[in-house]
Ligand binder design. Structure first.
Ligand SMILES: [Fe+2]
Length: 307
């Protein structure tokens, strides 16, 4: 893309995030014009939220997107426009090929989005060597979570929330002191208590924003270490007190962590990790979510191999 700009006092910065590249082309009086490139197989969403009154439009400049509106599935292609003022139903767009579109919002969303994604990526780079929390891990968690969400026939609104929450589930770690986050060897009891606060910090970070999408994800981020039997943290919630979306993130996160090499231990085999999930179904994990996830493991294997 060539850039011919005369009055912008900043370079156009690209923010990359799990199959999506966004560039803020223009902004003024709160209105933002953002260029999006979505890789094949990646998703992007819009969802209504209390207090969100923005007028939003997307204009497709190349490629094609699949979306379900009023239970009817449509394929949008070059030249198609979707407009809402404000949006009344959640829409999840799936790129059928690499797709570019312009998104225009009358209320600002980019600033916060780019800031939190940048911080999340910095964190991923910093702690990658320590605990395998890499951008690739975040992307796999997001893609697998969305596949499970589809199988569970979640509403479009929930799919939008899951999309953000699964990618940013550990974002609260940016608030944890590096001395704890990067510590070699076991944590003291006090340090472990601080580490566990990453769930609450994540929720606070997301809820402090103007972005309805980020705010809705806060609860899921807070709950991603809760357990079916009530022995999780931070609030010891159990069974139906925990959102199905948080159960999804929890299973995918645990499986991906178990099957990834760490500096202090080798990755577990897929077979052993499946056994581990089954053994903990109904205690740590939601049994239904475990079942659906195991069914989808061939998809996970393809992602892991970068197929
Ligand atoms: Fe976590």
């Amino acid at each position: 893309m060539n850039e011919y700009l005369t009055s912008l006092d900043r370079p156009i910065e690209a923010v990359r995030y799990a199959g999506l590249t966004v560039k803020l082309l223009s902004t003024g009086d709160g209105t933002e014009v953002i260029h999006h490139t979505l890789q094949e197989g990646s998703r992007w969403s819009m969802q209504p939220q209390e207090g969100w009154t923005a007028s939003e439009s997307i204009f497709i400049t190349s490629g094609s997107l699949k979306v379900t509106v009023d239970e009817e599935t449509k394929v949008l292609s070059t030249g198609d426009v979707v407009s809402a003022s404000p949006i009344k139903q959640g829409l999840v767009f799936l790129a059928l090929e690499e797709t570019e579109f312009i998104y225009i919002s009358s209320q600002p969303v980019f600033q916060f989005f780019s800031e939190i994604v940048r911080k999340n990526q910095e964190l991923a780079i910093e702690v990658a060597l320590k605990d395998g929390y890499t951008a690739e891990h975040c992307k796999r968690i997001m893609q697998m979570s969305m596949l499970i969400g589809e199988r569970m026939e979640l509403s479009p609104g929930d799919m939008c929330t899951l999309n953000y929450a699964s990618y940013l589930h550990d974002v609260g770690k940016i608030m944890i002191p590096k001395s704890i986050l990067l510590k070699e060897g076991p944590l003291s009891e006090e340090e472990w208590e601080e580490m566990k606060r990453h769930c609450t910090y994540g929720k606070e970070l997301l809820e402090a924003t103007d972005s309805p999408y980020m705010r809705a994800s806060g609860t899921i981020v807070e709950q991603h270490h809760e357990r079916f039997d009530g022995k999780g943290y931070p609030n010891g919630l159990q069974r139906d007190e925990i959102s199905p979306l948080a159960y999804i993130v929890s299973v995918v996160d645990a499986f991906d962590a178990m099957t990834t090499d760490r500096p202090y231990r080798k990755a577990m085999s897929v077979e052993n990790a499946i056994e581990e999930l089954n053994e903990n179904a109904g205690t740590m994990f939601h049994p239904e979510v475990v079942k659906i996830f195991i069914d989808l493991i061939p998809e996970w294997s393809k992602m892991k191999q970068g197929v």
